[in-house]
Ligand binder design. Structure first.
Ligand SMILES: *Cc1c(COP(=O)(O)O)cnc(C)c1O
Length: 396
């Protein structure tokens, strides 16, 4: 067992900010991962909804190898071709106008917050604007993102946070309306809440927020970091409701594992100008070459069709599972972002499923989360369901 020795070294060298599952992964192939002792796992987590194309896609890997040999970094003091191309492709699939590349999801949210503050400051000249975010939301771990994350447990030890953040009830338009005042500069939410337990927004809620923001001239910001890039069955989850935000944050599956995110704005919300914002690495040629390949492969390999077909199949199987097991209290989600809510925390179920060779994660404290690579097939759903049934059987 090589894993034990590595884990011991890891626990000594790495800051202990995670209670890690005792697996040391070495390589991946398709929708399977292999650990350092050669054990094979079906991946139903995709590195937390990141590895949409799975492992070892030849076109993705070739694009990276090609770029490594050419140029990996220039800084944003100059132009680079992969960044220009990736921005054009993101504009096309999102319907947004302008792109700022970041290195992570949380940085995309930071940029969205700065955009909202600047927009409002330009509008009325004052500097005490408020943002309305949602209960049970998750937007990242840096101080701004943490401030708009509606989970006191993550925030408590790090106060003071940004001031002027108010939390509304998700899917409750009246709750949002009751918090809007003349200081409000933005409404921020995930079109499908991920970490909070896989809660999709009602289309009417998103449409109502759009109308509200238009009436009050405040920015609507969607965090599509987890639910975007095809996971919901549409390229971005908000597109199902026909709602275009003023600012959209993306990351996770954009780079298929490379550290890249972005915030996208409409022309109206493109208020940041030279001196307002920056990043040393953001949008470097290497990660953008990867994002370019991802966006090309999405189109060529009809990833959305696969998400819709296999997502519907997974939905059926999980519905049947829910009917059969009274300990399952709810089943939610869209496409390949689904969750089963249990009456009690399913951590032991996830652990048992992993022992059977299927990687499984949870969300909130009582939800099993299904966010596999977007290239998964029906047979993989069957393989996962067998492990889940067996695990539940054994746990009684
Ligand atoms: C993962 C996630 C983030 C944070 O992204 P990082 O890359 O971890 O900073 C923000 N919002 C949502 C909805 C996420 O799922």
């Amino acid at each position: 067992m090589k894993a034990e020795a590595y884990m011991e070294r890891g626990e000594r060298a790495l800051l202990h900010t995670y209670n890690r599952t005792p697996i040391v992964f070495e390589r991946g192939e398709g929708v399977y991962l292999y650990d350092v002792d050669g054990k094979k796992y079906l991946d139903f987590a995709a590195g937390i909804a990141v590895v949409g194309l799975g492992y070892g896609n030849p076109e993705f890997e070739a694009a990276l190898k090609n770029q490594v040999e050419k140029l990996t970094h220039t800084s944003n003091l100059y132009y680079n071709v992969p960044a220009i191309e990736a921005a054009e492709k993101l504009r096309k699939v999102s319907g947004m106008d302008r792109v700022f590349f970041t290195n992570s999801g949380t940085e995309a949210i930071e940029g969205a917050i700065k955009t909202a503050r600047k927009y409002a400051m330009k509008k009325d000249g004052t500097k005490d604007h408020e943002i309305i975010a949602m209960d049970h939301s998750f937007h990242g771990r840096s101080m701004g993102s943490l401030s708009v994350t509606g989970n006191p447990h993550y925030q408590e030890d790090f106060k003071p946070l940004l001031s002027g953040i108010r939390f509304a009830e998700y899917n409750n338009l009246e709750s949002v309306k009751s918090l809007v005042n003349e200081k409000t500069c933005a409404i921020l939410l995930e079109p499908i809440q991920g970490e909070g337990g896989i809660y999709p927004a009602d289309p009417e809620f998103l449409q109502g927020l759009r109308k509200l923001c238009d009436e009050k001239d405040i920015l609507l910001i969607f965090d599509e970091i987890q639910c975007g890039m095809g996971r919901s069955g549409s390229m971005f989850a908000c597109q199902k409701a026909g709602v275009r935000p003023d600012v959209m944050a993306v990351a996770k599956a954009v780079g298929n594992g490379l550290p890249i995110g972005a915030f996208l704005t409409t022309e109206k919300a493109a208020v940041l100008v030279p001196g307002d914002h920056g990043t040393t690495y953001g949008g470097n040629p290497l990660v953008c070459a990867g994002a370019n390949a991802v966006l090309d492969i999405f189109e060529k390999e009809h990833i959305l069709d696969n998400v819709n077909r296999v997502g519907a199949y997974l939905w059926e199987k999980l519905e049947a599972f829910k009917e059969k097991h009274p300990e399952v209290v709810d089943h939610r989600g869209e496409g390949l972002i689904q969750g089963l809510e249990f009456a009690k925390a399913p951590g032991d179920i996830a652990a048992a499923v992993i022992k059977k060779g299927v990687i499984m994660i949870t969300a909130e404290h009582n939800v099993l989360r299904f966010v596999p690579p977007l290239v998964i097939r029906e047979e993989h759903v069957d393989e996962m369901m067998r492990a889940l049934e067996e695990a539940l059987g054994e746990l009684g």
